[in-house]
Ligand binder design. Structure first.
Ligand code: NAP
Length: 291
C-alpha cells in the first residue's frame, strides 16, 4: 500500500524549514486566501484540512466564506481585490461552486500569478507548452508520489481514467512530458471510451479519477501494475460517528491482491494534493518577491 500521508508529511516538514528560511530572508511569509462559497460539507472539510496544513507549515491562510447566493459579479469583484492585494500571494476558489455560478468565468478571473490551483488558461497553457508555472496540485501530487515510490514513468504505459481539467488532462500532460518524471506513453479514457479494460489490462500504471466507486475493478488490472486512486466518494455508513466513510473509484481490496502497489482512500492522493498546494503557495510567494 502506498502511504501518501507519510510521504506528504515528509514533504510538508521540508517545506516548513524552507518557509522558516524565507521568513528570515524576507521578513514576510507566504499567504494563501481560500474562497469558500456556500456550505458543501465535503468542501468545508477539504478547506479545514488545507487551513491546518498551512498553519503547520507556517503559511498564513485566510478562509473567506461567502454565502451560497453570492452573485457572480460580487465574487469576481472580491477576486479582483485579491488580485491587487500585495499581501495575498496565492488564492484558490474551492470547487465545486454552486450551480448558478459560472465556474469557468470565475476561475479565469484569478490572476495567473496567484492561481496556485493552476486552473487558469494561462497556467494550463504553460503546462501544455512544457514551461509550467503552477501545476494543479492533485496531478502534481500523483507525479511526485510515483517518483517517491520509484515507479519508473519513462517508457511505461499509463492509463488515466478521467479527463477533467483538474486531474486527468494536466496529469496526462505531466506524465507524457519530455522530462525525468514524464516520458510515459499515456492513454486517457473517459465516459465515452469503449472497453476501458482493453486499455487498463495492458497498463503498467493506472490512475483512476472519475468520482464513481467501482470504476476500476480487479479484472481490469494487470498483475504487478501500480494503481493510483484519486477518487473520493462519501458512502453512508451508520457505524461511523459522522455517518459516512470515504472510498475511492477502485475496488481497493480486490485490486490490492493483484497490483504491486495501490493508494488507499483516504491516505493516498489526498494528502499529496495538500502538500503540493503548499508548495505552489511558496512558489507564488517567491515569484512575487523576485518580481
Ligand atoms: P470530474 O470533473 O467530474 O471528471 C470526471 C471524469 O471521469 C470525466 O472526464 C468523466 O468523463 C470521467 N468518467 C466518469 N465516469 C466514468 C466512467 N464510468 N468511465 C470512464 N470515465 C468516466 O471529476 P474530477 O474533478 O476530475 O474528480 C474525479 C474524482 O477525484 C472525484 O472523486 C473527486 O472528488 C476526486 N478528487 C480528489 C482529489 C484529491 O485530492 N484526492 C482532488 C481532486 C479530485 P467525461 O469527460 O466523458 O464526462
Amino acid at each position: 500500500m502506498i502511504d501518501g500521508k507519510k510521504i506528504s508529511i515528509s514533504i510538508q516538514n521540508s517545506l516548513k524549514e524552507e518557509i522558516s528560511k524565507i521568513k528570515n530572508i524576507y521578513n514576510s511569509i507566504p499567504k494563501l486566501v481560500v474562497v469558500l462559497v456556500g456550505n458543501n460539507p465535503a468542501s468545508i472539510s477539504y478547506v479545514k484540512a488545507k487551513e491546518r496544513a498551512c498553519e503547520k507549515a507556517g503559511i498564513l491562510c485566510h478562509v473567506e466564506r461567502l454565502e451560497e447566493n453570492v452573485s457572480e459579479s460580487e465574487l469576481i469583484k472580491y477576486i479582483n481585490e485579491l488580485n491587487l492585494d500585495s499581501e495575498t500571494h496565492g488564492m484558490i476558489v474551492q470547487l465545486p461552486l454552486p450551480k448558478d455560478l459560472d465556474e469557468e468565468k470565475i476561475i479565469q478571473s484569478i490572476s495567473p500569478i496567484k492561481d496556485v490551483d493552476g486552473l487558469t488558461n494561462e497556467n494550463l497553457g504553460l503546462l501544455a507548452s512544457g514551461n509550467s508555472r503552477f501545476v494543479p496540485a492533485t496531478p502534481l501530487g500523483v507525479q511526485v508520489l510515483l517518483n517517491e515510490i520509484n515507479a519508473k514513468t519513462e517508457g511505461s504505459n499509463i492509463v488515466i481514467i478521467g479527463r477533467s481539467k483538474l486531474v486527468g488532462i494536466p496529469l496526462a500532460l505531466l506524465l507524457s512530458s519530455k522530462s525525468d518524471l514524464g516520458n510515459a506513453s499515456v492513454t486517457i479514457c473517459h465516459s465515452k471510451s469503449k472497453n476501458i479494460k482493453s486499455h487498463t489490462i495492458k497498463a503498467d500504471i493506472v490512475v483512476v479519477a472519475t468520482g464513481f466507486p467501482h470504476t476500476l475493478t480487479a479484472d481490469m488490472v494487470r498483475k504487478d501494475s501500480i494503481v493510483i486512486d484519486v477518487g473520493v466518494n462519501r458512502i453512508e455508513d451508520n457505524t461511523k460517528k459522522n455517518g459516512y466513510r470515504l472510498i475511492g473509484d477502485s475496488d481497493f481490496e480486490e485490486i490490492y491482491e493483484i497490483a504491486s502497489k495501490i493508494t488507499p482512500v483516504p491516505g493516498g492522493v489526498g494528502p499529496m494534493t495538500i502538500a503540493m498546494l503548499l508548495k505552489n503557495v511558496t512558489k507564488a510567494f517567491l515569484l512575487n518577491v523576485k518580481k
